[in-house]
Design a protein around this ligand. Structure first.
Ligand SMILES: C[S@@+](CC[C@H](N)C(=O)[O-])C[C@H]1O[C@@H](n2cnc3c(N)ncnc32)[C@H](O)[C@@H]1O
Length: 383
C-alpha cells in the first residue's frame, strides 16, 4: 500500500504499471494506491526510484469493521491472528502509526493502542517474548489505516518521514511545493526527453530540481537510501544494497538537460541556487532574476513547456497579488513558444476567468490536495 498526496494517485498508479496490479484509491481510500502481486525486486526498485509516493507498507491484512467501539476488539483480534509475529523478535522494538478518516466512536490513538496490545500479546503467546515499544525510533513500524468501515494494516517500509522530503533542501521556501506534487505537474505537462522546461516562479526550485533529477535518472531516494526503516530490522538488506548499486550506476550525470528557473525574488532565487547545488544539479539549470512576463526572448523562444507553482494568495490581502502573478504567468505563456502551461492553483474560478480572457484552452483540470488545501492541477494549451 503506497501513500501519496490526495488527488495524485493516478500518477503514482500509472508509474507502477507493469510492477503489479495497481488500484488508485482502493475502497475510496484517498491518497492510497494498492499494488497487488508486486515482486520483491519491483517493490525495492519502486521504493528507491519512484518520485510520486510518500510512504509504503506491506499489507498484512484488510477487513471490514463495525461502526461502534466494538470495532477496536475486532481490530485487536484481527491483528493477533495475522502474521505480524513473524516480523518481530526480542531484539526489535516497535511502534504503531494510525491514519483514521471518517466518523468513528474512537480515536486514532485508541486504534494504535489496540493494535499495539495485539502485537505484544501475540508475541508473548506464540514466541514467549514481550517486544519493546519505542515510539520515537522503532525498528519495526506498523502502519494502520482506518477509513470508514475499512481497516488495513501492515509493516511500514519507509518510516515516519514522508519520502516527499528528499533531503536536498538547504533553503525552505515558505510556500514550497511538495516534491511529489512537483512530479505530478511535470508528468501532467509531459516533461520528458527533448523538452525544454521553464518554471518562471521557481521559489526554492523544487520543480526544476525534480525535473533535473528525472533528466539524469537520479532515483528519488538517492539522498536517503540508508534511512528506510526496513533496514533496521534486517529485511532485504543484501538485495537493497545490490539494487542501490545498480540504480546508482545508471545515473546519467552527463545528460544534457535544458531547464530554466526564474523568480522575481532575489532571496528565492538565491535559495533555489543553493538547493540545486546541494541536489547535485546546479549545472543542469539556468537561473534568471525576472518578472515572469519580462523574461528574455532567449528563454521565451526556447522553452517548450512551462510548469509552475504560482502564489496562492491565501493570506489576507494576497488575492490581488495572486491574480497579478497569474496574469504575469499567462502573459508569459502567450508571448512564448511553449506549447503548454501546467500549474497548480486553489482558485479554479479565478483561473477559468483568466483562461477565458486570454483565449487559452483547458486541456486538463484535476483536483488535488496540497496538504489540507484543495487545489487544481491545470494544463493549458494555446487555441
Ligand atoms: C508558491 S512560490 C513557489 C514555490 C516553489 N514551487 C517551491 O517549491 O519552492 C511562488 C513564487 O512565485 C514568485 N512570483 C510571484 N509572482 C511572480 C511574478 N510575476 N514573476 C516572477 N515571480 C513571481 C514568488 O516570488 C514566489 O517565490
Amino acid at each position: 500500500m503506497f501513500t501519496t498526496e490526495r488527488g495524485i494517485e493516478p500518477f503514482l498508479s500509472d508509474s507502477l504499471k507493469g510492477a503489479g496490479k495497481a488500484t488508485p484509491a482502493p475502497f475510496s481510500l484517498k491518497g492510497r494506491v494498492l499494488v497487488e502481486g508486486i515482486s520483491e525486486e519491483s517493490l525495492l526498485y519502486t521504493l528507491y526510484a519512484n518520485p510520486f509516493y510518500h510512504r509504503c507498507y506491506v499489507v498484512l491484512g484488510e477487513a471490514e469493521i463495525a461502526g461502534e467501539r466494538g470495532a477496536l476488539r475486532e481490530i485487536y483480534r484481527f491483528v493477533f491472528e495475522s502474521g505480524v509475529v513473524d516480523f518481530l523478535s526480542s531484539s526489535l522494538s516497535f511502534a504503531v502509526s494510525t491514519t483514521r478518516k471518517g466518523r468513528h466512536p474512537f480515536t486514532s490513538e485508541e486504534v494504535s493502542a489496540y493494535v499495539g496490545a495485539a502485537v505484544i500479546d501475540v508475541c508473548r503467546a506464540k514466541k514467549g517474548f514481550r517486544p519493546a515499544v519505542n515510539l520515537d525510533e522503532p525498528h519495526v513500524l506498523i502502519s494502520a489505516d482506518v477509513v470508514d468501515r475499512r481497516f488495513f494494516f501492515g509493516i511500514e517500509l519507509v518510516g515516519y518521514e514522508s519520502m516527499h522530503k528528499r533531503r536536498w533542501h538547504v533553503f525552505y521556501h515558505r510556500a514550497g511545493l511538495k516534491t511529489t506534487l512537483a512530479n505530478a505537474l511535470l508528468a501532467l505537462g509531459g516533461f520528458g526527453e527533448g523538452e525544454v522546461l521553464l518554471d518562471a516562479m521557481c521559489g526554492g526550485g523544487t520543480i526544476c530540481i525534480e525535473a533535473a533529477h528525472r533528466c539524469i535518472k537520479l532515483p528519488a531516494a538517492f539522498f536517503r537510501k540508508d534511512e528506510f526503516i526496513f533496514l533496521k530490522s534486517g529485511l532485504f538488506t543484501e538485495r537493497w544494497r545490490c539494487l542501490v548499486e545498480r540504480v546508482d550506476s545508471e545515473v546519467r550525470w552527463d545528460n544534457d538537460c535544458l531547464i530554466f528557473a526564474s523568480d522575481r525574488s532575489v532571496k528565492s532565487l538565491e535559495g533555489a541556487r543553493l538547493n540545486a547545488k546541494n541536489a547535485l544539479v546546479f549545472d543542469k539549470i539556468k537561473f534568471f532574476l525576472s518578472e515572469a512576463h519580462r523574461l528574455p526572448d532567449e528563454v521565451k523562444k526556447r522553452a517548450s513547456l512551462i510548469v509552475c507553482n504560482p502564489p496562492y494568495g491565501m493570506r489576507i490581502g494576497g488575492l490581488k497579488r495572486a491574480k497579478e502573478s497569474l496574469f504575469s504567468l499567462f502573459a508569459l505563456f502567450a508571448g512564448s513558444k511553449a506549447k503548454s502551461l501546467t500549474f497548480i492553483h486553489p482558485d479554479g474560478d479565478m483561473v477559468e476567468e483568466l483562461v477565458h480572457s486570454f483565449g487559452f484552452d483547458v486541456d486538463k483540470r484535476m483536483e488535488a490536495y496540497n496538504g489540507n488545501v484543495r487545489a487544481y492541477l491545470f494544463k493549458l494549451l494555446k487555441s
